[in-house]
Design a protein around this ligand. Structure first.
Ligand code: 13P
Length: 305
């Protein structure tokens, strides 16, 4: 089965009131854990790669790892550039076989974001690739005292019209990493409702959507980490968002937390070991379990193919 775009995935997700998981594919074991879960749950999946990770791994290796996942599984897989920083990176990914790219102009002045995004859309659509744009404070920053700037629905409608994007990452109160809220976690559901209406059910994307499970923060800390006051997006809020037009939910921090916790635990319990097959295997199994849980209980996307 070849790589697919996210077009049909999002159409089905909107109709079925669920979301597709977009998991950051940071190494081979993580990819294998995600894809094993998706196969088990009969569920389409997005493997996404940031530019930092693509360069770290090497663009050819990334592609070959994902090709191996496609060849050895029988589910729909979309390969997506996460947080595309510029036009040239998007073009490089499109030319090498990615089926979806994000161009993240959300930190640029509005007119520059429109111009850049439109340029990427033109190239991508000519090559059969779909594009996610970004508008508002989609990365968030809990260290700053300035409140998040949520995506403005009228501006979003103008943006979609002007650029022709296939999906839009919106800011409704999340941020990247394990420290998402200083107080009670909330999402701006009224704003999400308005965005869905103004954008006429265009597929919407939620970045910064890890739940930062206490179980894995505690496991890291039990085996030597110092991750204090971590707070993710509660699972029930994500499930509600996925019923309200959020079609793609981005998850990276949770995968990293699980993999790292398992490695830490393994080394403390097996100080004699030095074999990567031994110390990476438990993380791969734990990622599979976590992704199955998310597909069933958070994204609502199990048993869809
Ligand atoms: P988390 O840090 O919440 O996993 O979000 C990752 C993300 O949005 C990548 O685009």
């Amino acid at each position: 089965m070849p790589l697919v775009t996210s077009t049909q995935m999002f159409k089905d997700a909107l109709e079925g009131h669920y979301a597709i998981g977009a998991f950051n594919a940071n190494n081979m074991e993580i990819i294998q854990g995600i894809v094993a879960a998706a196969e088990h749950e009969r569920c389409p999946v997005i493997l996404q790669v940031s530019e930092k990770s693509r360069i770290y791994t090497n663009p050819v290796y990334v592609l070959k790892l994902v090709e191996a996942a496609v060849e050895t599984s029988n589910i729909d897989i979309c390969l997506h550039l996460d947080d595309g920083p510029d036009y040239d990176t998007c073009v490089a990914c499109i030319d090498s076989g990615f089926t979806s790219v994000m161009i993240d102009g959300s930190r640029l002045p509005y007119a520059d974001n429109v111009k850049l995004t439109k340029q990427v859309v033109t190239y991508a659509h000519d090559h059969g690739v779909v594009v996610e744009g970004g508008l508002g404070d989609i990365h968030g920053d809990t260290d700053s005292d300035i409140p998040f700037s949520l995506t403005n629905p009228e501006q979003a409608a103008d943006f979609v019209q002007a650029t022709g994007v296939d999906s839009l990452a919106v800011a409704i109160g999340t941020c990247y990493g394990p420290y998402k809220f200083k107080t009670e976690p909330t999402l701006a559901f009224e704003r999400l409702k308005d965005l869905t209406t103004y954008l006429n059910y265009l597929p919407l994307v939620l970045h910064g959507a890890s739940s930062v499970p206490k179980e894995f923060v505690d496991l890291n800390n039990q085996y030597g980490a110092a991750i204090e006051r971590a707070q993710g997006v509660p699972e029930d809020l994500l499930r509600d968002a996925s019923r309200m037009g959020i079609c793609k939910i981005n998850i990276e921090t949770d995968l990293n937390l699980v993999m790292t916790a398992c490695i830490r635990q393994f080394f403390v319990e097996h100080p004699e070991s030095y074999d990567p097959h031994e110390y990476l295997g438990p993380g791969r199994r734990a990622i599979r379990s976590m992704v199955i849980h998310k597909m069933r209980h958070v994204l609502g996307c199990s048993k869809r193919i």
